[in-house]
Design a protein around this ligand. Structure first.
Ligand code: TXA
Ligand code: MG
Length: 322
């Protein structure tokens, strides 16, 4: 279904300026980041932020990530601890999200925090996202640009497919480079807690933050981490080493079992960076082709593999009622 949406535009300077104006007026703009596309709104405007929840069909208990230009702007909104500052210095701009306490005079809409006293904040590295944040000159709340629970969007066409004309503008900046969401880190008793595995691996973070902690049991500190998420329509069968004739195959590596109805290979060379970049697009591709089951070959759990396997487990989980 590749209807060319009227609200889709190549992200040149004029369209970025237009997008900034739409954001300042309270509208919704989808834009590329280095991870996935985001659907953005003025994070200080309650009505605009409410518009994101409505467009995504997102439960109101699931807070949003706020995108800013740098540490300086972030410091006007949240309180940094010394470790958070070190991580920001090492990884911003880039695919790391920090969950930090709202400042007393924080001007962000309470809706972005969904009832928590913290805000998830990040500085994207993508030039189009940076130009948009600079031109708009406001903090921009932007969750991944997919309908709630669905596979994330790594191209403007994915965004158009999920939202149609519900957004004021979709800035097309080509496919995103990394293909997986940012890593979400919070802090408890001065230690870093991994809320969501993502593009920056546990090992990379560990060099600065030491061993990452697991969020306290039973405490939904990152409510977006619902069991079923990133889900295509088709069922997924994980760790498949063979395929049934009517199955589609999401392969990894050179040693691919024969006989699938359709095959997409995340990385014939077995490269996890390439696999992450291809994951959501290939899931969408297989899902669009037929209704059958998608068999997924085993992916090693090291480095970026942790985040890839996290997304695959959620995509395979029993679906929660919409
Ligand atoms: O790469 C990314 O992070 C993309 C791009 C667009 O920046 N954004 C993204 O946003 O993935 P979203 O809304 O799809 O995921 C945000 C995640 C969710 O798991 C949410 O629960 C968590 O961050 N989160 C947001 N605010 C939080 C908070 N205050 N405390 C804990 N977790 C939070
Ligand atoms: Mg998301």
């Amino acid at each position: 279904m590749d209807l060319l949406a009227e609200n889709l535009a190549r992200a040149d300077a004029a369209q970025i300026a237009r997008a900034a104006e739409i954001l300042r007026r309270g509208g919704l703009v989808a834009f590329p980041t280095e991870t996935v596309y985001g659907v953005g709104a003025d994070a200080t405007n309650d009505k605009a932020v409410a518009g994101i929840f409505a467009a995504k069909g997102r439960p109101h208990f699931n807070p949003l990530i706020v995108h800013v230009r740098g540490v300086e702007q972030a410091s006007t909104l949240v309180d940094f601890n010394p470790l958070a500052l070190q991580l920001a210095e090492a990884f911003w701009p880039g695919p790391l999200t920090l969950v930090l306490p709202r400042k007393g005079d924080c001007r962000l809409s309470l809706l972005v925090s969904a009832g928590l006293d913290t805000v998830a904040i990040r500085v994207p590295a993508h030039p189009i996202a940076q130009q948009l944040l600079a031109a708009a000159d406001i903090p921009v709340a932007a969750p991944s640009a997919n309908r709630s629970g669905h596979v994330s969007a790594t191209t403007a066409a994915h965004v158009a497919h999920d939202f149609g004309s519900r957004l004021d503008l979709i800035l097309d900046g080509g496919p995103t480079a990394r293909g997986l969401e940012s890593t979400v880190i919070g802090f408890e008793y001065g230690k870093a807690v991994l809320h969501r595995p993502g593009v920056i691996s546990r090992q990379e973070l560990g060099r600065i933050a030491g061993e990452l902690q697991t969020p306290a049991q039973g405490h939904i500190s990152s409510p977006g981490q619902l069991t079923s998420h990133y889900a295509p329509r088709a069922a997924l069968r994980l760790k498949a080493t063979s395929v049934e004739p009517d199955e589609m195959l999401l392969a990894f590596g050179a040693d691919v079992p024969q006989g699938a109805a359709m095959v997409r290979n995340l990385s014939p060379a077995g490269d996890l960076v390439e696999a992450a970049a291809n994951l959501f697009a290939m899931l969408r591709d297989l899902d669009a082709a037929r209704g059958g089951c998608i068999a997924v070959m085993p992916i090693p759990d090291r480095g970026l593999g942790e985040a890839i396997n996290d997304r695959l487990r959620r995509a395979a989980a029993p679906r929660e009622p919409a």
